[in-house]
Design a protein around this ligand. Structure first.
Ligand code: HH2
Length: 285
């Protein structure tokens, strides 16, 4: 088993140590239609309550999103996305001590979220959709998650095919890193993510978990988001509400294969799993 490389992620001055202890990013979808928790936290006060609960449960980052990117989803107009995420971020910055991330590919949403106090931009397009996003992140000193997607949420699951899965993901992420760094984002503020379920069939998702350590060649912390996703339903034959144990298995596999951060809805059980896997990884052999 290879040791994870250690990093100190600078999120607008807040330092997050990565590598010895897995960081848990808690998902907060302020949407009516997200695939697993749509509508549950659409009310801003419920969303804030859930964020506080996730911090209590061991979340190291809260990821606030205002647009579902589930397969087939349409994009949400800018004003609507702002109306969803801003009140929640504004309320949270004074209440939580952990970095807040904004899950958006739109530079104008990122800008307003960073003005409100967010410190990470989580871009599912890996800086490939909005040409201004990298500069906004650089301007505000934010950290950036560069994620791989093949296509767009609307069309990504229409029979995606790869010649060289890990090679293509790595090349796409490498290009995202290049865009971030040439816009002025410092190298130590970039995270990479293979994008589980984003333009991938079951065999692709499983191969990503198995070969995740190949992404270490990019020299950045690795984030993986397996939470409640369709591949779990495909293997186990269970609906979205019954995917906790499958999620936890994928979380364990991710950390064993080099993930530094896991993005999950179920923070407490994930925290327990990563604490155990971290302890195993730290023991002298
Ligand atoms: N997955 C989703 C959304 N954002 N960001 C990163 N970095 N990595 C992921 O794997 C990822 C992500 C999709 O999950 P969810 O937010 O639960 O659903 P929806 O897009 O329907 O809101």
């Amino acid at each position: 088993m290879k040791a994870r490389r250690e990093f100190v992620l600078d999120c607008r001055g807040r330092k997050l140590e990565l590598g010895r202890r897995t960081a848990v990013m808690g998902v907060l979808n302020v949407t009516p239609d997200s695939f697993s928790d749509g509508g549950v936290f659409f009310d801003p006060s419920r969303a804030v309550e859930r964020a506080l609960e996730m911090v209590e449960e061991g979340a190291d980052i809260i990821d606030v999103g205002g647009e579902s990117t589930r397969p087939g989803a349409d994009s949400v107009p800018l004003e609507e996305e702002l109306r969803r995420v801003l009140p929640v971020i504004e309320a949270l910055v004074d209440k939580v001590d952990v970095p807040i991330s904004v899950d958006t590919y739109k530079s104008q949403v990122a800008k307003r979220a960073l003005e409100a106090g967010a410190s990470i931009v989580n871009d599912i397009s890996g800086l490939h959709y909005d040409p201004d996003l990298a500069e906004v992140a650089a301007e505000y000193g934010a950290a950036v998650v560069v994620m791989h997607i093949k296509g767009t949420p609307k069309t990504m699951q229409q029979n995606p095919q790869y010649q060289d899965l890990m090679g293509e993901i790595t090349a796409y992420l490498d290009e995202g890193i290049r865009r971030a760094e040439s816009a002025g984002v410092p190298p130590e503020r970039i995270i990479v993510d293979p994008g589980i379920g984003f333009g991938k069939l079951l065999e692709h998702n499983l191969a990503i978990f198995r070969n995740l350590d190949e992404l270490a060649a990019l020299g950045k912390p690795i984030l993986v988001g397996p939470s409640r996703k369709r591949f779990i339903g495909e293997v186990l034959g269970v609906e979205v509400g019954e995917r906790l144990f499958g999620t936890l298995a994928a979380v364990a596999a991710s950390v064993l294969n080099g993930a530094h951060i896991v993005r999950v809805h179920d923070v407490r059980p994930s925290r327990h799993v990563v604490d155990i896997v971290d302890a195993i990884l730290r023991v002298e052999s």
